[in-house]
Write a protein that binds this ligand. Structure first.
Ligand code: HEC
Length: 194
């Protein structure tokens, strides 16, 4: 009887140990998979960036990930480049896509009275002239801190009206960081409407 109890205890311990190992192994497997997913996004991000990137002083992984989010997910070019495509390079007309690299993300597209803003780095290297904290605040809240007209719904509570911030506001801090890092690395195009 005593021997049986010992055997049962031994069995229970062994089973527990095996279960812990399996759980650990599968958690590690998931982490490796997540790392792989991110690595392939970073790689794809660099492959699809339509402009040369200035990586000096930048976090390379974040730039690549940011390019993936901006160019494969966020549709930023659709609204923030005017026109979005070069003449003869409009995919909507069945032409092989050629992004308008000269005006890439430099804003100036009109949506009724609302004009998209220049997202390229200013002379100090800040995208859209914004620090990361300002950028994150704008994307998270939609606040138009520049208070550019038309001011809607009111001057005191001025919110971006075209920009899909209610969707982008749900991104992780890391994704917003990545977008910001990528926007810091694209060519500066001063002179477009801020
Ligand atoms: C549907 C069109 C559209 C898309 C897609 C879009 N934007 Fe915008 N965005 C705008 C417009 C228009 C404005 C300014 C006016 C407004 O929305 O009221 C703006 C404003 C902004 C601002 C505020 C700039 C400032 O100085 O206050 C930032 C930052 C911004 N966009 C970043 C992005 C990024 C990054 C993406 C892609 C991840 C993106 N936008 C995608 C249309 C768009």
């Amino acid at each position: 009887m005593k021997r049986n109890i010992q055997l049962t205890t031994l069995f229970a311990f062994t089973l527990a140990a095996v279960l812990v190992c399996v759980a650990d192994f599968s958690a590690r497997g998931q982490k490796v998979k997540a790392d792989d997913d991110e690595a392939s996004k970073i790689e794809r991000g660099f492959a699809i960036a339509p402009v040369p990137l200035n990586l000096a002083g930048k976090n390379r992984a974040l730039v690549g990930l940011g390019s993936y989010i901006v160019n494969a997910q966020g549709s930023c070019n659709e609204c923030h480049t005017n026109p979005s495509f070069k003449f003869g390079g409009n995919p909507f007309l069945g032409q092989p896509e050629q992004v308008n690299t000269d005006g890439y993300l430099a804003g100036g597209q009109a949506f009724g009275p609302f004009i998209s803003r220049n997202l390229t780095p200013n002379a100090e290297g800040l995208p859209a002239g914004l620090t990361f904290d300002q950028f994150r605040h704008i994307i998270r809240t939609g606040a138009d801190d520049d208070k550019l007209p038309p001011n809607a719904p009111s001057y005191d509570h001025d919110l971006l009206q075209v920009m899909p911030w209610p969707v982008f506001s749900k991104m992780t801090d890391r994704d917003l960081r990545a977008i910001y890092e990528y926007l810091s690395a694209i060519p500066s195009r001063p002179g477009y409407p801020q």
